[in-house]
Design a protein around this ligand. Sequence first.
Ligand SMILES: [Zn+2]
Ligand SMILES: [Zn+2]
Length: 406
Amino acid sequence: MGCTIETQGTERILIDYGLAASRPPRYPSPSPHVNNAIITHAHIDHIGMAPWLVGHHNAKLHATPLVADLSGIMWRDTYKVSSIEGYPLTWDKRDIDDALDSWQTHDHGEAFELDGWNCTLHLAGHVPGASMVELRKEDLTILWTGDIDTRNSPNVLGAKPIKCDILVMEATYAARDHNDRLEEEKRLVERVQEIRSRGGTAIIPSFASGRGQDIIKILYENDPSLNVHYDGMGTRISQIWIDNPSYLSDPSAFERAYRWSKRVRGKSDRFKALEADVIVTTSGMLDGGPAIWYLNRLRHDSANAIFLTGYQADRSGGRSLLDTGMLPIFGKMTKIDLEIDRFDLSNHAGKTELIQFALDCKPKHLVLFHTPDEDVDDFARSFGETPPFQIIIPENGRDTVIDTDA
Ligand SMILES: [Zn+2]
Ligand SMILES: [Zn+2]
């Protein structure tokens, strides 16, 4: 993920520069020279290539303070995983240090000048610290959504529409609506209670940045009698959230929930966690992390269960488990005979919310990105025979020219 924007009278600017954390990882095309890049949030598909950018172009990176604080963990983890798995990476440890030094941070709502643009970052929902980017010059306003959710979620408020001429919008969920969030949260708590009452442990593989923290808060607020252990990179990310309270919708409630969970800090904590009602841990797609260690032990008792709470990409461990009931555990395909349930706790806006958001921004041009190829045409058609704006579906790796006089 990444896109440069050029107009008459402004310098070229880059928004996001990430890599797809597939196996092997997929990298974007090399960015042309830029002096500045704005990073919407710290998920690896938006931030993962920023060290390369700083190493090659000496670019400055711009984001909210929370994103800057999270970046080091994300880059070091990517570096570690690629070394362990033997995947080539186009940047190294020195680039991480340079990238950490290159941050210029901006709070939501605070305007700053960059390369001929007047820029403002706005609340994007999705995860705490995530931004939409508003770029303004005399005759043109561009709104770049990054990943958005217009709904409130456990730890962050939803994004609000902003009037613009060009709206560049993600549409991950172009093809469907979500289940009611509160209903899903209630169902999750009930299912966890059911597993506890039959003497089992529910393992909830969760992304380190966003989903894990949401689940900790949901469980704490609905049933504080649960014995919940929290393991993996998400615990370090939670600390950084707590250090940046202004990006959370209710920072003291999150901190209470986090302190209530039993954080796993070492091997002996991990053995204790096997007796928990719930283990919340990485990786969210069962591609490694403590989740594999736990599953290797929990798989022998059918009272236990696996609750998946996020998207499971092709060729991920979670996808293999859903399709074949098998999971690679320490290099060996292993049958997992545990009950599996799935919960829709997505932090992306669903189809209906996306349509409403686009209409409310009243753009002249709508550019769709971060959208599954197979869904994008249908989604474009949902604005009717004569949409109120020009709809543009850019092709990856190609330039897209927008005629703002049209
Ligand atoms: Zn994201
Ligand atoms: Zn994304």
